[in-house]
Design a protein around this ligand. Structure first.
Ligand SMILES: [Zn+2]
Length: 603
């Protein structure tokens, strides 16, 4: 997620542009954001594939660890030893795992009149832990919207009008009779007591009916202006990790969504005239009276979400085998989105072009740096939400506030005379929109492909995704024919930002902003969390890149993705790959890590 405070961003941008202008450089920008998520860390099958540099992915094969010795060289492939396999090459493929995945089969109905979404779910899964399960934990986030407070809203601002989700006819394929449904005080935590414990490795099918109320809020889950954002809406199996069933508290400022990669088969019924953006790909569409039934397949994803509206317009394109769909409320088409006293008129078609271009560039940049996007489709919804953007598997939502260009100050003509700057000196720029799009698409790798408990270890999710913004910036910079580094990256550089500065460290310690590998719940304020996880985390990762080298660090990230694709990762796993590559004797790297992380936590 990327929380936007647009006004602040614009001001920051202005200051930055002026500063850059003073340095005689280009325009560019940056942001601010937010986010969070709860839970603990999970176990997972490690994976290592015995050879080809170009292929990726987890299998169940054992993983020979190259060596415990410090590895001073940063290019494993340059000094091949029998125990070290080549690491994934740029633009490698990310293959779906061969292991059996959980499977959700869902018949869903969206009922706009009653503001409900519900249906029948048949969920087949197995106990992937080493402990017997006497009960199952489902997360039912929709029920939190029964009350503004539990949904994380200011009651003076929002009345979500939600309701407790009805969960009925819950059955275990192995026993007769329905299972009882119990809720914690935190109504999003639902327990099902099993009549027969589920042994490690044992499979079962859970069936249930549910009906959830869609809140009337302009947010990632809610209906506003005839656009239904239907996300985290069905009761989903919680993640079972070394701490048991994860059921940390909901975070409005970020995410607490933590689940297993599964295959989804969905029939989604909506009223005729409604278009949908979804996780997965549509394989069929049939009219049934005054309804339309979309048949969707979503392999290897952590969740299923959709947005639906009878007001949507759609733009589509294909980039390197990925079908990209962009949807938004058609009323935006009639807006002039750049005014000021400028001869330049910008409308929604320009924002659409900028968004599609950013999607194409993000897929290309991240595909090269991290491994190619492994899915057939990516949907982008522009709709009003209470954040800059929000990520879901195969689908992102960008708030409609991001479509408005920001003004980039062009000082050149004013510097030569006495003329005061005026509105005509501002050139409209979509940099905030495109950075937000890149950020949310970056989450397709860090959250989507490599999962994590983003409440308990949010840096694995948001800091790494914020770093992908820099990958995107470099990509588009090079695309413009530049051979140097983008000026905006300088502020993350060790040349300008000293993460070892004692005063700065002291400040961060006092604010509780470090270590970065702490949970969302440990931060005192959301603002500290945002500064630490999005900004300091982004800078920290960039400085790791500077220390190790650009290609070397991205090689580390590709290997991290390869080993942890379609599992839930942990901080320990990140550092395992990093140290394997960099060794333990890199003084600069060690100092940076010592300052920003607490590795005792992962021992
Ligand atoms: Zn994010």
């Amino acid at each position: 997620m990327k929380r936007g405070k647009r006004l602040l961003s614009v001001l920051l941008l202005f200051v930055m542009i002026v500063t850059m202008a003073a340095c005689g450089t280009e325009k560019d920008t940056k942001k601010n954001e937010t986010k969070a998520t709860p839970t603990a860390s999970a176990p997972t099958e490690e994976t290592k594939k015995p050879s080809e540099a170009v292929t990726v992915t987890p299998t169940n094969e054992a993983t020979p660890t190259p060596t415990d010795e410090p590895t001073p060289t940063l290019t494993p492939t340059s000094t091949p030893t029998p125990t070290v396999e080549p690491w994934p090459a740029k633009s490698c493929d990310i293959l779906f795992p061969e292991r059996e995945l959980y499977h959700y089969d869902m018949d869903l109905q969206l009922d706009p009149e009653n503001r409900t979404v519900g249906g029948h779910v048949v969920f087949t899964f197995y106990n992937d832990s080493e402990e017997s399960w006497n009960e199952l934990c489902l997360r039912d986030y929709s029920s939190l919207f029964i009350d503004a407070k539990t949904a994380g809203y200011d009651p003076k601002q929002y009345t979500p009008n939600g309701a407790l989700t009805e969960i009925l006819n819950v059955s275990d394929s192995r026993n007769e009779g329905a299972l009882d449904v119990e809720r914690d005080k935190d109504v999003s935590v639902v327990w099902l007591k099993l009549k027969t414990p589920l042994a490690p490795g044992e499979k079962m099918t859970l069936s249930y009916d549910f009906s959830a109320k869609i809140p009337t809020v302009s947010d990632r889950y809610g209906v506003y202006d005839n656009v239904y954002n239907v996300t985290n809406f069905y009761p989903i199996l919680a993640e079972y990790d070394k701490n048991g069933w994860s059921h940390e508290g909901f975070i409005n400022c970020g995410e607490c969504f933590y689940s297993e990669v599964s295959n989804y088969d969905v029939r989604l019924t909506v009223p005729k005239g409604f278009l949908v953006a979804t996780t997965g790909t549509e394989s069929d569409k049939k009219e049934d009276g005054d309804k339309v039934v979309y048949t969707l397949k979503a392999p290897c994803v952590r969740d299923f979400v959709f947005s639906a509206s009878d007001q949507f317009v759609v733009h589509e394109a294909d980039y390197d085998g990925v079908h990209v769909k962009l949807m938004y409320n058609k009323k935006l088409d009639s807006e002039i989105i750049w005014s000021v006293d400028s001869p330049i008129k910008i409308d929604m078609s320009d924002a659409v072009a900028a968004t599609m271009e950013a999607a194409k560039d993000s897929l290309a940049a991240f595909g090269e740096a991290l491994g190619r996007y492994p899915y057939d489709e990516l949907d982008i919804v522009i709709a009003k939400i209470d954040a800059g953007g929000m990520e879901y598997p195969n689908m992102i939502i960008i708030t409609d506030e991001e479509i408005y260009p920001i003004g980039v100050f062009d000082y050149s003509d004013d510097m030569q005379g006495d003329k005061e700057p005026d509105a005509t000196d501002f050139t409209p720029s979509f940099v905030q929109l495109t950075t937000c799009v890149a950020h949310e698409i970056g989450h397709q790798w860090f959250m989507g492909i490599v999962g994590s408990n983003s409440g308990m270890e949010p840096w694995l999710d948001e800091s790494i995704t914020s770093y992908t913004e820099l990958i995107y910036e470099e990509y588009i910079w090079a695309k413009r024919g530049k051979t140097d580094k983008p000026i905006s990256l300088l502020r993350h550089s060790r040349q300008t930002t000293d993460l070892c500065d004692v005063t700065q460290l002291k400040y961060m310690m006092q604010r509780g902003m470090i270590p970065l590998n702490q949970s969302y719940y440990e931060f005192k304020e959301d603002s500290d969390y945002i500064s630490a996880i999005y900004q300091e985390g982004q800078t920290t990762l960039y400085q790791m890149e500077e220390i190790l080298g650009h290609d070397e660090f991205q090689s580390v990230l590709r290997e991290y993705v390869r080993r942890n694709a379609f599992t839930n990762s942990t901080t320990a796993r990140f550092f395992e790959v990093l140290f394997e590559y960099a060794g333990h004797d890199n003084a600069d790297l060690n100092k940076l890590i010592d300052n920003m992380f607490d590795l005792d936590r992962i021992k």
